[in-house]
Design a protein around this ligand. Structure first.
Ligand code: ATP
Ligand code: MG
Length: 429
C-alpha cells in the first residue's frame, strides 16, 4: 500500500477509503474507551482514533510517546470536531521508533528553545517559517533567472574587507590569515564585464558585536551586480524582486502566514513602485516624530524601527552623506557630499533589508576615495584593476534574506527566521 500525505486526506480526497500514513506523534490523549493520536507529517496534522475493541491497536495508541515515528492504517471519515474536519479510524499502528520523553513539552523559554533548536525545528511554528523561507529562496532564483541574470559563485575565504575591518572574521589559512567573506560584491563586479547581469545567493559573515533583533554573524545574502545600470535602474529591479517574493509567499504560503498570525493585508499592499525618499528628508521626518538624530548620523536599528513603523510599504532611502557609507559608492555629480546609493527599509518597524547603489567606476575617483578613507590601495588591487580595462557604469545591491523572511513572516527576532542561527553568543546547535 502506498502512503498518503496528511494534506491529501484533509483535502477530502480519501473519504471512506483505507489509507496508510507515515509520520510522528504530535499529541496523544485517551477518553473513555478511545485513544486519540494526532499524527504529524511534513504537510500537516491529522487526528487518528483507536477504539478499545481494537485491542492491540488501542493499547499501542494509548501508550505511544510524543514524537515517536509511526506508520498507521485506517479508514478516513468526516469528523467536524477534528482539526481539519477529517479523522482516521485506525485498524493498524506500527511504532517505527518509540521516542524517549520529548524534552519540549510545556511552555519553555526562548533560550531553551534555541538550545534545542534541532528539536524545536519540528514545531508547527518553525515548520511554517521554514516553508515560507523555502518559498522566499525559490522566488529569488526565479526572479533573477526570469530577468536575464546569470547565477555565479564567489569565494567564502577572502583576503580583505568589503564592509570595513571591524566586522571581519579572521581564520587561520596555512601560514597566512584569511577572512570569511562579508559580501560577494567585489567578485560580482568582476563578472559584469562578461555576463553583464549577475547574482548570487550565499552566506555572508560579519562579526557583529551589537546584539540586535536583526543581526546574525552568518546570514544569507542575495546579491546582484549589473553593468550599465544606474541607481534608479537598480531600484526598479529590486522593487519588482520584492513584489515577486511577497506575491509568491502569499500565493503558496497563505496558511503558514495565517498560522503565524501575519496580517495578510499588510503584505498585499507590497506593490511596486516603492517611494524614493532622500536621506535628508528621512532625517526631517524622523525628527518630526521625535527621533533624536541629526544630518550625517547613520541610522541605527532603533531609529529605523521608529521611522518604519510609520510606513505602509517598503521605502527606498537615497543620497546618504558619503561618510555614512563605504568608499565604493559613487558620489552624486550634482552634490559630491552625498552618494548615489539606496537602502530599502521594510515597513512595520522592520527597517533595512537591502543596501545598494551605483559603484565608482572611474579609476582616479576610486583611488582618491580609497585614500581619503584611510585605506591601503594594495588591499584592493583586484577592485582597482577592474577600473583599468573597459570600465562601465554599474550598480548592485545586497538583500538580507533572513531579514526579508523575518519581515514577511512577521517575526519578532531574526533568530526565528533561520533554522540554526549564529550570533555572538550562539554557535550550537
Ligand atoms: P546594518 O546597518 O543593518 O548592520 P549594513 O548596512 O551593514 O546593515 P549592508 O552591508 O548594506 O548591511 O548589507 C546588505 C544587507 O544585508 C542589509 O541590508 C541587510 O539586509 C543584510 N545584513 C547585513 N548585515 C546583516 C547581519 N549581520 N545579519 C543579517 N542580515 C544582515
Ligand atoms: Mg546597508
Amino acid at each position: 500500500m502506498r502512503s498518503v500525505k496528511v494534506e491529501d486526506v484533509l483535502r477530502g480526497g480519501y473519504e471512506g477509503e483505507r489509507v496508510l500514513l507515515r509520520g510522528w506523534v504530535y499529541r496523544r490523549r485517551k477518553t473513555g474507551g478511545v485513544a486519540f493520536v494526532v499524527l504529524r507529517d511534513s504537510s500537516g496534522i491529522l487526528q487518528c482514533v483507536a477504539e478499545r475493541e481494537r485491542g492491540e491497536v488501542y493499547d499501542i495508541a494509548k501508550k505511544v510517546r510524543i514524537e515517536s515515528s509511526v506508520e498507521v492504517c485506517g479508514t478516513v471519515r468526516r469528523e467536524d470536531k477534528a482539526p481539519g474536519g477529517y479523522e482516521v479510524l485506525l485498524d493498524d499502528i506500527r511504532v517505527v521508533h518509540m521516542a524517549e520523553a520529548f524534552p519540549i513539552n510545556r511552555y519553555k523559554s526562548e533560550e531553551y528553545l534555541l538550545d534545542n533548536r534541532h528539536l524545536w525545528l519540528r514545531s508547527r511554528e518553525m515548520t511554517a517559517v521554514m516553508k515560507i523561507r523555502s518559498t522566499v529562496f525559490g522566488a529569488i532564483h526565479e526572479f533573477f533567472r526570469e530577468n536575464g541574470y546569470y547565477e555565479v559563485q564567489a569565494p567564502m575565504f577572502v583576503g580583505s574587507a568589503v564592509e570595513g575591518g571591524s566586522t571581519l572574521f579572521e581564520v587561520p589559512y596555512f601560514d597566512k590569515k584569511a577572512y570569511l567573506t562579508q559580501s560577494a560584491q567585489f567578485y560580482l563586479e568582476a563578472f559584469i564585464y562578461s555576463l553583464e547581469k549577475v547574482y548570487t545567493v550565499a552566506p555572508s559573515f560579519r562579526a557583529e558585536k551589537s546584539r540586535t533583533r536583526r543581526h546574525l554573524t552568518e546570514f544569507w545574502h542575495a546579491e546582484a551586480e549589473v553593468a550599465w545600470y544606474g541607481n534608479e535602474d537598480m531600484m526598479k529591479d529590486e522593487e519588482l524582486l520584492m513584489e515577486h517574493i511577497v506575491r509568491r509567499v502569499l500565493a503558496e504560503r497563505k496558511s503558514e502566514l495565517e498560522y503565524l498570525g501575519r496580517d495578510l493585508d499588510r503584505l498585499r499592499a507590497v506593490e511596486a513602485p516603492f517611494e524614493r525618499m532622500r536621506y535628508e528628508r528621512l532625517i526631517e521626518m524622523a525628527r518630526d516624530i521625535g527621533v533624536e538624530i541629526s544630518y550625517g548620523d547613520d541610522l541605527g536599528a532603533d531609529e529605523e524601527r521608529a521611522i518604519t513603523k510609520e510606513f505602509e510599504k517598503p521605502v527606498f532611502v537615497t543620497h546618504y552623506p558619503s561618510e555614512t557609507k563605504p568608499f565604493y559608492h559613487r558620489p552624486d555629480p550634482e552634490n559630491p557630499s552625498v552618494v548615489l546609493c539606496h537602502d530599502l527599509l521594510a515597513p512595520e518597524g522592520y527597517g533595512e533589508i537591502i543596501g545598494g547603489g551605483e559603484r565608482i567606476w572611474k579609476l582616479d575617483v576610486l583611488l582618491q576615495r580609497i585614500r581619503s578613507y584611510g585605506l591601503n590601495p594594495d588591499d584592493y588591487s583586484m577592485y582597482i584593476d577592474l577600473r583599468r580595462y573597459g570600465s562601465v557604469p554599474h550598480a548592485g545591491f545586497g538583500l538580507g534574506v533572513d531579514r526579508a523572511v523575518m519581515w514577511i513572516a512577521g517575526l519578532d527576532h531574526i533568530n526565528k527566521a533561520i533554522a540554526f542561527p549564529r550570533t555572538i553568543r550562539r554557535l550550537r546547535p
